[in-house]
Every structure is written in structure tokens, then in C-alpha cells.
Design a protein around this ligand. Structure first.
Ligand code: PLP
Length: 347
């Protein structure tokens, strides 16, 4: 079964995408060469799978469901897939002779992992601009960076100061690699927001609340932009960044969302309470959450339910946006600190 597309006008783009896939297959079989170096490169296609929406039973007159967007792709998981979708396809439409993607991220970045996997899958060279020059000597101890490197990604480690100065960093990279696709941190830009519409479909229309974790804001902005009139979007901030509200509004253009502080003080901070919650959640519901985004979102949703934030008879849909690759890095750190570990559901 194919993924159904939410908006009327988008049905055309789905048909167009199917057509593109067919053309791509024909080009491949005819040994059509988009690029002399990477003859097999084709656009990203919408996976033909049905994403489950699973109920999380509650002892209240409220319905809570989780949409397993993390299952959209084994390695480009959750929102990462959709944020990359239009960015990559628009770039490849220009038929670059030597496709090359440059992007940014921290040491445990899900986005870096996803872009490296995409590069491997499509045969596109990738370069990760990684925050923290100290990692230059240590990256071989970092599971995310080892994974990205195995996927063929090269790295450049930059100081936190240079990393913060993203505009000038991007400009100098674009000068150095004029034909490269430079994707911002977390993949967030207008193209990313457009791709997030595919997280919504016929099956998501009736929910009263749409919930997602927030990092750079692209996902919550996309949900806000493409939500139904009656739906309220709730974003759970994994980053302590007061500018996010303005950024989400800039990207979405609607004011149908509310952001909550879910970060426990700072990005990437993992409290024992968070670990306990994730382990209990996987034990009761059989769903693995990550410690940086989805675990924090779910924990706060549960607290809001307990505090009667949601009116009776309302329904909540939380998006599982992936990020599970980050658990091994988190567990490594927790082990060093002699703290309880995040249990992994055996698949
Ligand atoms: C697992 C996970 N959830 C949520 C987010 C937040 O997405 P955004 O950066 O679009 O706010 C990210 C970052 O991409 C993520 O990796």
C-alpha cells in the first residue's frame, strides 16, 4: 500500500513522483547517465509502506496515538526523510555533474546520520561540518560519526564559535563548493517544511492535537502549515532556544501551534527520570523512544495529560520522529557516568 497524501493538490505531486520513479527506472535500465561519475543517482521516492498509527491506552477519557514515522526508512528515519525529500530532489533535478551534499550537525546528530545514509544509498558524496574541533582526535569513539564515516561521509570539525556563525560558514562553503547542495543544520528550511506535509494524510485529519519534538523547528512548522483548521499543533522543545517561536512562525506562517519546554535544561541533557520513562514506555507499549527528542516529548505529553491540559474526549497524535541511532552514543556516556542505561528493544 502506498502512503496517502494529505492535501488534494498534493495527489498530483504523488502521481508526478510515481511517474518520476518510473522514468528513473527506465533511465537506469537504459543505462541513462545523469552523471558520468554517479550513473545510478535518482531522486528520493515516497516509500510504498503504510505507517502504523498505534494507540497508547490511557486510563482517561482522552485518546493518545503515536504515528510511527520512524519506520518510514530504516536509516533515514522519521522527519529526516521528509525534510530531505524536496531538498534532495530539487537539487538532483538540476542534474549536477558531481553531486555533493554539505551539511552541519553536532557529534550525535540524527541529521548527520541520515544525510550520510542518503549519500550512501544514492551514491552522492557527503561532507559533515561537525561542531567541536576537539572531536577531530576523538570522533572514532563516537558511534554516530563512525556510522556516518562508514557511509562515506567526510568530516570537517569546526570550533563552536565558527559553528555558531553559520551564515558566514555557509557562504564560504558555497564559495569553496559552488555546485554543492548545502543543507542547514537539522535540515530545516522551506523545502524541509514542504516535505513534512507527507507526515499528514487522511488518517491524521481527525485528531485534535498533533505533537512533535522540536529541534530546529522545521517539523513543527510543517505540521503547523499543513494541519487542518480544527487541529492544534504542539511542539516539544528539545533545545533551550527562545528564538524558536519566531523561527517556527517564519517557516509556517500560521499561529496554530504552541511550544513547550521539554529539554530538561539543555539540549542533549539526559536525566535519570527520562531514562526511567523511556524504559517503562518500551516495557508497557513495546515502542522504543530516544533520549533527546521523542522520550522528552512523550514524557511531557504524559504529564500534560495528568495535569488535565487536554480537554476530555479529545484525541492526540504524537509523531515518532526517529532518532534511535543516538541511543548507543547516549548509553556510552551513561556507562562512563555509571548511570542506568536505556534498554534497547530487541528487533
Ligand atoms: C528524532 C528527532 N525528532 C525531532 C527532531 C526535531 O526536528 P526539527 O529539527 O525539524 O525541529 C529531530 C531533528 O531533526 C530529530 O532528530
Amino acid at each position: 500500500m502506498s502512503l496517502r497524501v494529505a492535501k488534494g493538490g498534493e495527489a498530483d505531486s504523488f502521481a508526478q513522483q510515481k511517474l518520476n520513479n518510473d522514468i528513473c527506472e527506465i533511465k537506469k535500465s537504459a543505462k541513462y547517465s545523469r552523471s558520468k561519475i554517479f550513473p545510478e543517482i535518482c531522486s528520493m521516492t515516497i516509500p510504498e509502506i503504510s505507517i502504523p498509527i498505534t494507540e497508547i491506552p490511557l486510563e482517561k477519557n482522552i485518546k493518545l496515538f503515536i504515528k510511527r514515522e520512524d519506520l518510514i526508512h530504516p536509516e533515514i528515519s522519521g522527519n529526516k526523510f521528509w525534510k530531505l525529500y524536496y531538498n534532495i530532489n530539487q537539487y538532483l533535478e538540476q542534474q549536477p555533474e558531481h553531486p555533493f551534499i554539505v551539511t552541519f550537525g553536532g557529534a550525535f546528530s540524527n541529521h548527520i546520520a541520515a544525510v550520510s545514509a542518503l549519500g550512501k544509498e544514492q551514491g552522492i558524496k557527503t561532507l559533515g561540518i561537525i561542531r567541536g574541533e576537539e572531536l577531530d582526535d576523538r570522533w572514532r569513539k563516537n558511534p554516530t560519526l563512525i556510522y556516518a564515516h562508514r557511509n562515506g561521509m567526510n568530516f570537517r570539525f569546526v570550533t563552536r564559535g565558527d559553528y555558531r556563525n553559520k551564515e558566514s560558514l555557509t557562504q564560504s562553503l558555497q564559495k569553496e563548493f559552488p555546485n554543492a547542495l548545502i543543507i542547514p543544520e537539522g535540515g530545516t528550511n522551506y523545502q524541509a517544511v514542504k516535505g513534512v506535509q507527507y507526515m499528514l494524510n487522511e488518517g491524521t485529519k481527525s485528531f485534535d492535537y498533533l505533537c512533535t519534538a522540536v529541534g530546529t523547528g522545521g517539523t513543527v512548522a510543517g505540521l503547523s502549515k499543513f494541519a487542518e483548521e480544527h487541529q492544534q499543533v504542539l511542539g516539544f522543545k528539545a533545545v533551550n532556544d527562545p528564538t524558536l517561536d519566531d523561527e517556527v512562525f517564519r517557516l509556517s506562517g500560521r499561529k496554530n501551534y504552541k511550544l513547550f519546554e521539554a529539554h530538561d535544561g539543555s539540549y542533549g541533557k539526559i536525566t535519570d527520570e527520562n531514562i526511567r520513562f523511556i524504559n517503562n514506555f518500551s516495557e508497557y507499549y513495546g515502542i522504543q523512544l530516544d533520549p533527546v527528542y521523542t522520550g522528552k516529548m512523550m514524557r511531557l505529553i504524559f504529564r500534560l495529560i495528568k495535569e488535565d491540559f487536554f480537554p476530555e474526549n479529545t484525541s492526540i497524535l504524537a509523531f515518532h520522529t526517529g532518532g534511535l541511532q543516538g541511543i548507543s552514543g547516549a548509553n556510552r556516556m551513561l556507562e562512563e557516568q555509571d548511570r542506568p542505561l536505556i534498554r534497547l528493544i530487541k528487533s
